[in-house]
Design a protein around this ligand. Sequence first.
Ligand code: PMP
Length: 296
Amino acid sequence: MANPQTYHDRDGWIWFDGKLVPWREAEVHVLTHALHYASSVFEGQRAYDGDIFKLHQHCARLRNSANIMGFDIPWTDEEVAAACKEVLKANNLTDAYVRPVAWLGSERMGVSPTGTKPHLAIAAWEWGKYFSPEVAAKGIRLTIAPWRRPAPYTAPVHAKASGLYMIAMLSRKHAEDTGFDDALMFDWRGQVAEATGANAFFIRDGELFTPTPDCFLNGITRQTIIELAKRRGITVHERAIWPEELESFQQMFLTGSAAEITPVGSAGPWSFEVGDLTRQLDKDYEDLVHGRLPNA
Ligand code: PMP
């Protein structure tokens, strides 16, 4: 009997290096380069009503992340997109989370990636809200992360690379260990950056503020929200935000393919209300992903 709590012991199909394999057989060796040296990049995307939202942007970002990490994906973006759709279909999913992951394999061992081969797998599963709807309705509670987003000259900050999730994972663990939902990360300069797996937005007097993504991911959801806000004629300020300014904001929310639009109730000592504009943008996003608004 499969244990639904684990991710390895399930029924279904995973696309693995060019073909669908039974879920339990999608395995890698312990001497996989990526496991030791973090030579791995991935995507997180959601399907709504059978369609993967912004699929082509996700495929392009996956390749770009791999290229930043010094390797390429041995399938075209069109082939990767088709494979993502195939995975949904094979698992009878219409509303799901889709996780492509590319990594360097076990062909050689050592820090040098020379001689290793790029691999690609794509899995999909039903994944409800990233934060529980009851918690999100009141606004999630963030602590301030004990780790900072690194400077662009110390890490490949624009790749969605597994290695960058080391500090995100530790910050999220710290948040959960101390009774919070997630953590707000500052960057190497002390500026406000993002949460551990989602971008941050603030609202003051009907205008939107979001940090410039110069040392973290310029999220696809982030770009979508900026577009949706502009469609409504809302002014969007994309600039450096220092913690001192947080006191002046009335609302805050997070954006991400998994997190979607998540209202924030507090971040460290700063409190926010779940206000009308946050709710409006959340609804616009819902309408967009379900095809009730023209594509952004
Ligand atoms: N920052 C981090 C660290 C993330 O993991 C994510 C989720 N991919 C985001 C931001 C948001 O990106 P997107 O909207 O493209 O999912």
